[in-house]
Design a binder for this molecule. Structure first.
Ligand code: SER
Length: 342
């Protein structure tokens, strides 16, 4: 018999690590972790099964099918927005082809299982593209259907992957004489910039926020790569994980779209610096904008309107700006960097 597992791709990434810890704490004992990078030891202990490998490797996908029964998938693996601009075609392979392969795996699994496979997908603020700062200011908090004109490869990939998920969920093989009875139950969340107290992101464009905070806690100077007035929404990692699990648990009949905005607090890079200085008064934080990365954040909205998630599945973040810094980020980061070996 194949072993029943919850598959988490991108398991060694920021969100993967946080999700695995939360799943394990809630009693999930059958996690299959997949990542191109080996799992950190403290994450490995929560995963009875782990594979270091590439989603694009057909043999690996075959192995997943033959060894495991997979009714739940959290597909978190991706190349983020800054990194993707250096290798756009590689990003497309990971972000789109990787997702397509996994959707195919999910419909195969659904056939064996006789039920749809839950497929939870983190999408991003990067699916939005505002043409200039005046429009960004006017647009305010954008709704899901607005400004779907991304300027980055990553944003294009995420937007298209959302549509692939919708297609596999509702229209897969629509001309076949006998359409598969069960496919995927695809649900995506468009996250703002995420900030974890325990890990530092890599390859994203919202990274200036978390990088500023972690540098200050380590006592290192930081040159922020966007202007002081640059504004976008952020969210503390525990809320991001809460959102994934809430959307997964929501009754299907309550859902009115395949991709939901969630948000928590929006602030400028200057105000972010102010928050960091409150906690670490000696921190040396300067602004040395990188014209091109600046351009990416300028194309992202100042906030996302998450009223649909609030209405359909009761979404509300636990951490507003004050709580995020005072109760989650600052105490945990302080502890992290004062621990021996940190
Ligand atoms: N944090 C991501 C990035 O900057 C946005 O989804 O690429």
């Amino acid at each position: 018999m194949r072993k029943e597992v919850v598959l988490v791709t991108g398991a060694s990434g920021e969100m993967g690590q946080a999700l695995i810890q939360r799943l394990s704490a809630s009693g999930v004992r059958n996690i299959l972790a997949l990542d191109v990078r080996p799992l950190p030891d403290e994450i490995r202990k929560h995963c009875p099964y782990s594979i270091t490998g590439d989603l694009l490797d057909d043999k690996l996908m075959d192995r997943l099918v033959s060894e495991f029964s997979i009714p739940r998938i959290f597909h978190l693996a991706a190349l983020l927005s800054t990194r993707a601009e250096f290798t756009p075609e590689a990003a497309h392979r990971v972000n789109v082809d990787g997702t397509l392969g996994l959707l195919k795996l999910a419909v195969d699994q659904a056939m064996w299982l006789g039920q749809p496979v839950k497929f939870i997908f983190p999408s991003s603020i990067a699916v939005y593209g505002l043409p200039d700062l005046a429009t960004k200011a006017r647009a305010g908090a954008v709704r899901e259907h607005e400004w779907n004109i991304p300027t980055t490869m990553y944003g294009c990939n995420k937007l298209y992957a959302e549509h692939l998920g919708r297609y596999y969920a509702h229209h897969y093989r629509q001309l076949a004489a006998e359409r598969p009875q069960h496919t995927v139950d695809f649900r995506a969340i468009r996250f703002p910039g995420l900030i974890s107290a325990f890990t530092v992101p890599s390859g994203g464009t919202s990274d200036y926020g978390p990088e500023m905070l972690h540098a200050a806690a380590r006592g290192e100077p930081y040159a922020c790569f966007v202007r002081e007035d640059t504004t976008m929404p952020f969210m503390a990692m525990p809320d991001a994980i809460k959102a994934l699990l809430m959307l997964e648990a929501a009754p299907q009949e309550r859902l009115t779209t395949h991709a939901y905005n969630v948000t928590s607090f929006s602030l400028s890079a200057g105000d972010f610096r102010g928050e960091v200085l409150r906690a670490f008064p000696g921190a040396e934080i300067t602004f040395v904008p990188d014209r091109r990365r600046q351009g990416i954040v300028d194309s992202w909205p100042v906030n996302q309107d998450d009223s649909r998630a609030r209405q359909d599945w009761g979404w509300a973040p636990d951490y507003d700006l004050r709580r995020a810094f005072d109760e989650y980020l600052v105490p945990n980061i302080r502890e992290r960097y004062t621990m021996p070996g940190a």
